[in-house]
Design a protein around this ligand. Structure first.
Ligand code: UD1
Length: 425
């Protein structure tokens, strides 16, 4: 199995380009199922997760061409409506095909994702949403089967918690429903805005982009269209933190700073200088009078967008592990999302967890020491990469297939910034 080896202690410098957002590419690819024809998507990241979804699209009967970041998906034929356990177990977001398949073909069968490393993550909101639109849903042998006798019918759906993929799934289904659907307490992540723009370009009628109430006026048919995936805000945030944790200075291009309000605020609180343009960011690290990296301690609490993203919690913890004092990290979105703590502690970090709260005593000048560690989930893995880049000595990260789910060309991008990092068998 491949490992990632990092020789830390090199301040990252230079420029890098951000890829398209994984969490936007997945719903946008799923949305192509809503209308027959050839859909064109630009800026699609080549990741394990996007490839998994394309494999699933093929199983449903669709075909595609994928060159560089340009993806053409032909959804003229759908001759299968099942997402198997084999695929769903490797990527929970496969559940995103449920809404579009149901709306277009009248039936869909998707394996239940089950538990995952960061918690139980049920799909009850998705199911409740489809039932409100008139679908009959049953759970059998580990699968959810949804069907409609005629057409979905618009209704008002309220989510207890703003769920990203449940909002997306319901939104897609509602575009072809009869009448008006109102989604209340909808999630407001920028990836949902990207999906709404795509659905509108396909002929859907939707109001309430970027708000927690989305209204969909159902239409009879949608058509294929061309769309562009937004820049990956989590990848952007991960590199910003990595550059900061090594005491570096760099420019990040092809990104959208407006999608990272909470992280930019927190990095500024921690002493970093950040210059923003519409599509680029420049970060400079704070230094003490002796010229050493001096990161101020600061607290974070994860929240739905525009709050601090849970997908950047682990990375920020790695930064706080080398800060000048004590910080508190509250994880309110997922239970069990502190799997990286034990691994960071192996590198010398001083972190204690009590329920949903982690107490980090920053090591300041002492810093972290490289060690063999194990990646447990996608974002936890990137926090280990950050810790390895910031630490002195060698860090060896095993199970890096997690990283490949969400970071395009990670080694190349880091090497381009001067990092000493490579893969080894
Ligand atoms: C999406 C993102 C993921 C991110 C998460 C939170 C994609 C492909 N993935 O995941 O990277 O970490 O948002 O920003 O976009 N919940 C329920 N029942 C449901 C659905 C969700 O109880 O049916 C709960 C979850 O357990 C969690 C909360 O709602 O506590 C939010 O989760 P949700 O927004 O649904 O996460 P995902 O859409 O799976």
């Amino acid at each position: 199995m491949e490992k990632l080896v990092i020789e830390g202690g090199v301040p990252l410098r230079g420029e890098l380009k951000i890829s398209g957002a994984k969490n936007a590419a997945l719903p946008l690819i799923a949305a192509t199922l809503l209308a027959p024809g050839t859909h064109v998507l630009y800026n699609v990241p080549n990741l394990r997760d996007t490839r998994t979804l394309l494999k699933l699209m093929e199983e449903l009967g669709c075909s595609y061409e994928y060159n560089g970041s340009l993806l053409k998906v032909d959804t003229t034929i759908i001759n299968h409506s099942e997402a198997s356990y084999e695929l769903v177990k490797t990527m929970r977001a496969s559940v995103l095909v449920l809404g579009p398949l149901l709306a277009r073909t009248g039936a869909a069968k998707v394996s239940l994702p089950g538990g995952c490393a960061i918690g139980a993550r049920p799909i009850d909101f998705h199911i409740k949403g489809f039932e409100h639109l008139g679908a009959v849903c049953k759970l059998e042998s580990g699968y959810v089967e949804a069907s409609i006798s005629d057409r979905l019918v618009g209704n008002t759906v309220y989510f207890d918690i703003p769920s990203v993929t449940a909002t997306e799934n319901l939104l897609m289904a509602a575009t072809l429903a009869k009448g008006i659907t109102v989604i209340k307490n909808a999630a407001r992540e920028p990836e949902i805005g990207n999906l709404i723009d795509m659905l509108i370009s396909m002929g859907a009628e939707i109001e309430g982009k970027d708000s927690d109430t989305i209204t969909v006026h159902g239409v009879r048919h949608l058509h294929a269209a061309e769309n562009r995936i937004i820049p990956d805000r989590i990848e952007t945030g991960t590199y910003l933190i990595a550059i900061g944790a090594t005491g570096g200075e760099a420019t990040i291009n092809n990104c959208c700073p407006a999608h990272l309000p909470a992280l930019l605020e927190k990095l500024r609180e921690a002493g970093f200088t950040i210059l923003e343009d519409k599509h680029s960011l420049h970060i400079r690290s704070p230094r003490s009078a002796e010229g050493k990296l001096h990161v101020m301690h600061t607290n974070i609490t994860t929240r739905p967008y525009p709050g601090y993203p849970t997908d950047l919690q682990a990375q920020f913890m790695a930064l706080m592990a080398i800060s000048d004092g004590a910080s508190i990290i509250n994880e309110t979105i997922f239970e069990n999302r502190f799997m990286h703590v034990a691994e960071l502690c192996r590198m010398g970090a001083d972190i204690k967890v009590d329920g949903k709260t982690a107490f980090v005593s920053g090591k300041g000048d002492t810093g972290l020491l490289g060690a063999p560690v194990m990646a447990t989930d996608l974002r936890a893995s990137s926090s280990l990469v950050i810790a390895g880049l910031a630490a002195s000595g060698k860090t060896c990260i095993s199970r890096i297939y997690h990283l490949e789910r969400g970071y395009e060309n990670l080694v190349e991008k880091l090497t381009g910034l001067g990092a000493r990092v490579w893969k080894e068998r």
